[in-house]
Design a protein. Structure first.
Length: 229
């Protein structure tokens, strides 16, 4: 479980959430900063219906709920903030096929042997851990020729630029109360992600830059789809 002083716990504690109680599965799988932008479940490049999936950084569980509720997938959904997991269970725990766990993604990947037919992250663990460590750990738990799909903040958002070498840098997480907390991110561009994925045993299949209509001048989201070989 993450420390109560963590920026991610502070964000969860301040976030506006739905009233308590069960909710229906969302109608669409979202990868971007605003709904309806870019692809939905088709980003996986194949059907995930009835397949075992792993969600690395599920937040309040919307993506996992969509995949379990609408695609009948069997989803293991992780988040390191227990408050988020408790909300996910409250809203979507009634859906068959989804299990929400409070766990660090890298620890989970290293601790078991279950294999998955797709692994994904929606502004989750990918980009918040060293890809040279996280991606090989993902590869060990993903069946061959199956997809890894993740969305991360675009390195050029807000006029920024990708790092010239793929190392971590400080970003700032905007909290609902208007304050900002420093966080560490690996903000790679598409060629850097492609190289890091290849070193871990993946082939880049597609990279999409998604623009948020609220901030149309620069792309806000980078959506990467790769396949383990």
């Amino acid at each position: 479980m993450i420390s109560l002083s963590s920026p991610w716990h502070a964000y969860a504690a301040q976030a506006l959430v739905q009233p308590p109680g069960p909710l229906p599965a969302p109608l669409r799988l979202e990868w971007a900063t605003s709904p309806g932008i870019g692809p939905g479940v088709e980003a996986f490049g194949r059907s995930v219906r009835n397949l075992p999936l792993l969600d690395l950084g599920c937040g309040t569980g919307h993506s996992a709920a969509y995949l379990a509720g609408r695609e009948r997938a069997h989803v293991t959904a992780l988040d390191m903030v227990d408050l988020q997991i408790r909300r996910a269970r409250d809203h979507y725990g009634h859906l068959p096929g989804v299990t929400y766990l409070t766990c660090d993604a890298l620890r989970f990947l290293r601790s078991g042997g279950e294999r998955f037919d797709a692994i994904y992250s929606v502004f989750g663990a990918v980009g918040l851990a060293d890809p040279e460590i996280l991606l090989p750990a993902i590869a060990r738990r993903l069946n061959p020729y199956r997809p890894l799909v993740f969305s991360v903040p675009h390195p050029r958002r807000g006029g920024r630029s990708a790092t010239t070498v793929p190392h971590a840098r400080t970003d700032f997480l905007a909290l609902p109360d208007g304050t900002r907390r420093p966080v560490i991110r690996w903000e790679l561009d598409t060629p850097q992600w492609s190289a890091s994925l290849a070193r871990a045993g993946f082939r880049l299949c597609q990279a999409q830059e998604l623009n948020d209509p609220r901030h149309p001048r620069e792309p806000s989201t980078l959506l990467i789809a790769a396949r383990r070989f």
